[in-house]
Design a protein around this ligand. Structure first.
Ligand code: FAD
Length: 146
């Protein structure tokens, strides 16, 4: 084991819908926990999946309702979609959820949020590729008791 090895009770790869709550639960139970993220905190759901699709579906629903306004005795002159604004709204919500998730992990006691690509060295040891380097290198050397 490397001299620089940092030992954790648990190492979680990915800050998605599974990783983030697991890290917080384990940390709350007193486990010293590392969580490693290669890209964006929140994973698929927050950054590419549930959140962006549902914000855009919300804009589509508003358009649908506005187009049906006259059925309800409400007169709306014309309805048009500003796709740039729809996308900007989606991007702002995604960014705020992502930042909220990052803040939540950073302020949780016993959790160490590490950015980089996790790679198994062996069944209990993980290297983290620092995204600042082009070549494979690692600045943290992690180990778990699990
Ligand atoms: C378009 C779309 C819409 C969706 N809508 C819904 C919905 O409305 N409701 C719903 O319940 N589900 C929805 N889903 C499914 C939902 O997004 C997934 O079920 C959920 O994100 C899975 O979470 P996860 O934590 O398992 O994985 P992910 O969210 O994919 O998280 C994995 C994380 O691990 C990181 N990672 C991977 N490998 C490494 C590595 N080697 N080192 C470091 N980090 C790494 C990734 O960067 C990522 O952040 C949708 C999915 C898509 C694609």
């Amino acid at each position: 084991m490397s001299e620089n090895a940092i030992k954790y009770n648990a190492i979680i790869i990915g800050t998605g819908q599974s990783g983030k709550p697991l890290a917080i639960s384990l940390a709350s139970a007193g486990w010293n926990t590392a969580i490693i993220e290669d890209k964006y905190v929140g994973g698929t759901c927050v950054n590419y999946g549930c959140t962006p699709t549902k914000t855009m579906v919300a804009s589509a629903r508003i358009t649908y309702l506005a187009k049906r306004a006259s059925d309800y005795g409400v007169n709306i002159q014309s309805v048009s979609i500003d796709l740039k604004k729809v996308r900007e709204r989606k991007d702002a919500i995604v960014k705020s959820f992502r930042q909220g998730g990052k803040n939540g992990l950073e302020k949780t006691e016993n959790v160490n949020l590490i950015f980089g690509k996790a790679k198994f060295r062996n069944e209990k040891e993980i290297d983290v590729l620092d995204p600042q380097f082009d070549n494979f290198s690692y600045n943290d050397y992690l180990n778990t008791y699990l």
